[in-house]
Write a protein that binds this ligand. Structure first.
Ligand SMILES: [Zn+2]
Ligand SMILES: [Zn+2]
Length: 875
């Protein structure tokens, strides 16, 4: 039949055909009213500004393989997709656009700017969701969510108000990380620390009331001295005990500041005396709290010196540093300068050096929330895959600090706090406030700040299901089953979802967290735009086929393990897809319109040949292995088992062996191929649907066909052992043919030694396979081998066999060829051995070069042994 079926596998053509149809059929839609067991995942929402990178492709492949299998197994499967409004990232993108027009967000004003961001979102946002469809992700698009949706925004407000009412959200003046360029507070996680070359300046501070007496303090940031309110020493530092109770005069500003003693001061650092600037350094802030020191902010939100900086007011922080150093030098107060490498915090988004500033911000008191979240992982209610990532989680959770959640941005969920200009009252409210509850004034202003983007992401597993309303979805799908995410966002996201899920839903948000590795380049370097080693997943899918890329990612990515990128490997999985395509074409040759898929019962009742019983047994084992592996989230193992079954057993052996009796094996052939396609479908959804639709099948789509289940009745140890013996004999005969250079078309006689009547029967029954697959003309079964000098011998599955070579090859010419080749190999062995026995070479040459030589030596030795063996046969 299928004469019109394309000869060559064209992945782009096949992949363009199915997704829309699947979606339009509603196969990916979950049903909140279903009484089938639920399987639920929420997709980590990509940024609305994002486009697909290899990390997403890996993450989505893992989720899709798992979701498709569960759906086929009959679970009420929900994979909920969506996007994150990505506060600072999106605001930066739109600000860049404005800059091209010569505008800033301030030129537009807040309302117009936010409108503009929405416009941008409608026009350009969400490219990534189309790309996710392109790679086959079977998400329930009818439930797509956006963290800035009306519903999700209501959830955000509700959480804020509840936490505030319980005293778990507060407003306070704290030292926070400030980005002077983005003009916003940053959480500790949004600040990245990188080592930079810097200088340590030793400054002399005059001692009050003593002539020409100084102490030296060391600092990397001289400009902050304008805000010093003390100098501190370690209480156990004998050098400075004499100054207890005294004070120093702050140079340049001539302010008197006290000596204080504090345990955190390291006597080994610099001179053992440190300056204390509570308003601009986190450690100093703490010292200041303990000693009741005043906080003087000398650097403002633009990183410029404030009025408290006296003559330096208005200077940028780096200009101020320069001027201060010059002035100190002129007054002979700069003792010396040392070079130093130390970590400086930068804004994660724009890499501007972060300034620690005192600022009024909103915080979540997380310690009480963290306790339950720690306990939930300790008790196994949520497990990490692989389990060692739980340690990463514990470490952070046990040292957690209050979370600064306010951001000085315009794009995001605005803080639901209103201030009365008349009486100063602050109201926290779920609904917008227009009138002061205390004095009835209408002069109320909403807090200008917005919430950290991760605040809304932290609610994702339940806000997306309709919370705070008690929806059917919430009842049916919370807690979710599995979260698949990357290592880097365990703190940003996983930990916070755990805290908020337990707090507001009284249950963990997911039962397992699968951590994916990172895709690195072939040299195991991180992929980055600046290195130019980034791989575009859609380009790769166009070139190799999405199915091949998905299969490769599943095959290479063990949980938590990084993947070294290899186009060669992707190519080998495209070859796998082609192999399956060609297997289907082979099958099409034998079937016509009247053929239908046999049921398992029919098959079991029919008279099956040895190879049919064998392939059914192997298929059952493959099904068992794949199900066990994928159930334990070891997709790489599952992929390996399918590959090995399909390629090495079904294609390499079964399709060859049934060429003898295609008609007899047809029902088994159809049954096995159809089952194997279903087994493979979660990994390679497109090609499997294409082939399944063209072959006899039951049902509308492979997407909703049942996933194969292990059937112990099909396991047949005897058929496996017998077929294995035949295959070994064939393999050995093929080996001898190759080694002895027997012409490919030349048939050979074989003698097999056995006196076991059962084996004799088996070999007689199986002789046609051996004849066909190993080009054998006749097979003699003898009690013992002849000992014929001119015969090549081998052992296959415990049986001795031989091929008489007389008349098959030109013995003289073959002997000469082997001799010459052996001499060449021996020369090479001697040469490499000389090199390796030279101690100066072994010691000095690079390790890889020495290894390469050792490897070559072993190869030549192996070759020589085989050649000598061949020669012996011809003696
Ligand atoms: Zn920044
Ligand atoms: Zn009021």
């Amino acid at each position: 039949m299928k004469a019109e079926f394309p000869k060559t596998y064209n992945s782009q053509e096949v992949e363009g055909r199915w997704y829309q149809w699947w979606e339009s059929k509603g196969y990916f839609r979950a049903d909140a009213k279903s009484d089938r067991p639920a399987f639920v995942m929420v997709m980590p929402p990509p940024n609305v500004t994002g486009s697909l990178h290899m990390g997403h492709m890996l993450n989505d492949t893992v989720q899709d393989v798992i979701a498709r299998r569960k759906r086929m197994q009959g679970f009420n499967t929900l994979w909920l997709p969506g996007m994150d409004h990505a506060g600072i990232a999106t605001q930066n993108v739109v600000e860049r656009e404005l800059r091209k027009e010569g505008l800033s967000r301030h030129d537009l004003g807040r309302e117009k700017f936010v409108e503009r961001v929405w416009q941008w979102k409608e026009q350009y946002g969400g490219i990534i969701l189309k790309q996710i469809r392109r790679i086959g992700a079977s998400c329930d698009w009818s439930r797509e969510r956006f963290t800035f949706d009306a519903g999700l925004s209501r959830a955000v407000r509700d959480v804020f108000v509840r936490l505030y009412e319980e005293g778990l959200i507060y407003r306070g003046k704290r030292l926070i990380n400030w980005c002077p360029r983005c003009h916003t507070a940053l959480s500790d996680l949004e600040t990245i620390y990188e080592p930079v070359d810097s200088k340590l300046y030793y400054i002399k501070y005059p001692l009050k009331g003593r002539e020409n007496a100084f102490i030296e303090v060391a600092t990397t940031r001289p400009e902050t001295m304008l805000g010093d309110t003390a100098v501190a020493v370690n209480p156990n530092d004998d050098r400075y005990k004499k100054y207890r109770g005294e004070s120093v005069i702050l140079p340049l500003l001539n302010r008197e500041i006290p000596f204080v003693e504090d345990d955190v001061v390291d006597p080994e650092f610099g001179t053992g005396v440190v300056k204390v600037t509570p308003a601009h350094d986190p450690a100093d802030f703490e010292i200041g709290q303990r000693h009741n020191l005043s906080q003087i902010s000398v650097i403002d939100e633009d990183a410029k010196i404030t009025a408290d900086g006296g003559p330096y007011q208005g200077l940028d922080r780096y200009q101020a540093r320069k001027r201060i150093l010059e002035d100190l030098e002129a007054q002979h107060l700069l003792a010396r300068t040392e070079s130093l490498k130390h970590n400086i915090g930068q804004c994660q988004r724009c890499h501007t050096v972060v300034e620690p500033l005192l600022s009024i911000q909103w915080f979540v008191r997380v310690t009480p929330l963290a306790e339950e979240a720690i306990a939930a992982v300790e008790s196994g209610r949520t497990e990490f895959v692989p389990p060692n990532f739980a340690n990463t989680y514990f470490q952070w959770m046990r040292n957690i600090r209050d979370w600064c959640i306010s951001r000085q941005l315009w794009w995001g969920h605005r803080i639901p706090a209103w201030y009365c200009d008349d009486c100063g009252e602050m109201v926290i409210s779920r609904t917008d406030v227009t009138r002061c509850a205390k004095c009835a004034s209408s002069k109320v202003r909403q807090d200008p700040d917005v919430l950290d983007t991760w605040f809304s992401s932290a609610l994702w597993p339940f806000s997306t299901l309709g919370w705070p309303d008690e929806t059917d979805d919430l009842k049916a799908f919370y807690p979710t089953t599995l979260l698949v995410t990357a290592y880097e966002i365990i703190f940003f996201w996983v930990a916070r979802m755990m805290m908020f899920g337990l707090k507001f839903m009284n249950d963990v948000p997911f039962k397992a967290v699968y951590i994916t590795g990172i895709i690195r380049d072939a040299e195991r370097q991180k992929m980055s735009k600046s290195k130019g080693n980034v791989v575009d997943p859609l380009d790769i899918c166009d070139r190799f086929g999405t199915d091949a890329v998905r299969f490769a990612l599943a095959r290479m990515g063990a949980p938590g393990a990084d993947i070294a990128w290899s186009e060669e490997l992707i190519g080998s999985y495209r070859a796998f897809a082609t192999k399956i395509w060609n297997a289907a074409r082979f099958i099409f040759r034998y079937i016509d319109e009247t053929d239908r898929l046999p049921s398992l019962v029919e098959l079991k009742q029919s008279d099956l040949s040895l190879v049919d019983r064998w392939i059914l047994s192997r298929l059952s084992r493959a099904i068992e292995d794949v199900n066990r592996s994928v159930e334990q989230y070891n997709l790489h193992e599952g992929a390996r088992h399918i590959y090995s079954f399909f390629w090495h057993e079904f294609c390499d052996w079964y399709l060859e062996m049934i060429k003898l009796h295609p008609e007899r094996s047809k029902p088994t052939l159809l049954f096995v191929f159809e089952t194997a396609l279903r087994l493979l479908h979660p990994f390679m959804p497109f090609i499997t649907e294409e082939l399944w639709q063209n072959l006899p099948h039951r049902g509308e789509s492979i997407v909703i066909a049942p996933y194969p289940e292990f059937d112990p009745e099909l396991v047949n140890d005897r058929a496996e052992a017998e077929t294995d013996l035949i295959q070994q004999i064939v393999a050995k005969v093929r080996n001898i043919r190759a080694e002895m250079n027997v012409d490919a078309k030349q048939l050979v006689p074989v003698r097999v030694a056995t006196s076991d009547p059962e084996l004799t029967n088996l070999l007689s029954d199986a002789r046609e396979y051996i004849f066909k697959l190993a080009q054998v003309s006749q097979m003699e079964i003898v009690p013992q081998l002849s000992g014929d000098k001119l015969a090549a011998q081998a052992v296959a599955g415990g049986l001795a066999l031989e091929i008489p070579l007389a008349g098959l090859i030109d013995v003289e010419a073959e002997r000469a060829r082997l001799k010459k080749a052996l001499e060449r190999a021996e020369l090479e062995i001697a040469r490499v051995e000389r090199t390796l026995s030279n101690p100066s070479f072994v010691d000095r040459a690079p390790k890889e070069v020495v290894e390469e030589n050792r490897r070559r030596l072993a190869e030549y030795q192996d070759q020589a042994a085989k050649l000598a063996e061949g020669l012996k046969r011809l003696e």
